[in-house]
Design a protein around this ligand. Structure first.
Ligand code: 3PY
Ligand code: MG
Length: 256
């Protein structure tokens, strides 16, 4: 849903927002997970195999369950961020924001003037929200959230500049890539001591800037820990992991 309440209001008032994270290439998967007790459903187009059309088809199915739809776009694909806003998503997560130019371009495609340069054509969003063109235009910048992903040493080193970009509403941590970066490429451990220290530092700085904090969690148990740390948005990944875990639990129960 885009309104009543908007996704930014949900992030402010009913945190943590716990979202499902989908990559399997069919809209029936986010449609099904939207009917579970998740607060939102995110579609991953960076590493998942959802294509553009399947993602667009998922948006009204998620909204029909009364949940905000979120999309992680492929690296650098800011034009698609605008197209998903046009179709009615409530939030976009942009991976690998490693320069201030990346952050500014992402914000420009996410927000209408005077904040950004988003072009007009929000047909799906107007249908889902029921807002008139002028009302939608006046409210749109505040109805959706733009999350810049921080998952490299470069991004950490310019965090305050990223936070200073109006039109970037929040920072979303990719703990796996961050662990690769912080270990100097030695391994992947999204819950390493180095990552935990970086998370605490990022959380403090983002909150001080009055922006939203989001993060990916590879399991429900980890999502609980991250929610208790104070993240506003925690995405539990992924649909395929949940499917595998369910399959293994069923087989375990069947075979003893
Ligand atoms: C990461 O952990 O690096 C992510 O981008 C989550 O998918
Ligand atoms: Mg990543």
């Amino acid at each position: 849903m885009l309104t009543d309440p908007s996704f930014p209001d949900r992030l402010r008032d009913s945190k943590p927002v716990i979202a499902a994270w989908c990559g399997l290439p069919d809209p029936s998967v986010p449609a099904l997970l939207a009917r579970e007790a998740f607060d939102a459903v995110a579609i991953d187009m960076q590493h998942g195999s959802m294509d553009f059309a399947a993602t667009i088809q998922s948006i009204p199915l998620i909204a029909a369950a009364g949940k905000p739809a979120l999309v992680r776009v492929p690296v650098g694909d800011f034009a698609s961020a605008s197209r998903f806003l046009d179709a009615g998503v409530s939030g976009v997560i942009a991976p690998m924001i490693n320069t201030i130019e990346d952050a500014r371009r992402f914000a420009a495609f996410m927000k209408f003037p005077p904040i950004g340069e988003r072009s007009w054509g929000a047909y799906g969003a107007m249908s889902l929200s029921g807002l008139s063109p002028d009302d939608y235009f006046k409210k749109a910048n505040g109805l959706t959230a733009s999350f810049a992903m921080v998952e490299t040493r470069e991004a950490l080193s310019i965090l305050d500049d990223i936070l200073g970009v109006s039109g970037v509403d929040g920072v979303f941590i990719g703990p796996a890539d961050l662990s690769i970066a912080l270990s100097g490429g030695k391994g992947v451990d999204p819950a390493s001591a180095e990552v935990e220290k970086a998370l605490d530092d990022v959380l403090r700085r983002v909150k001080a800037a009055g922006k939203f904090t989001g993060i990916y969690a590879p399991s429900g148990a980890r999502a609980g820990e991250l929610a208790r740390k104070g993240f506003d948005l925690v995405c539990i990944g992924s649909d395929s992991s949940m499917l595998r875990a369910g399959a293994q639990a069923s087989l375990g129960a069947a075979r003893g």
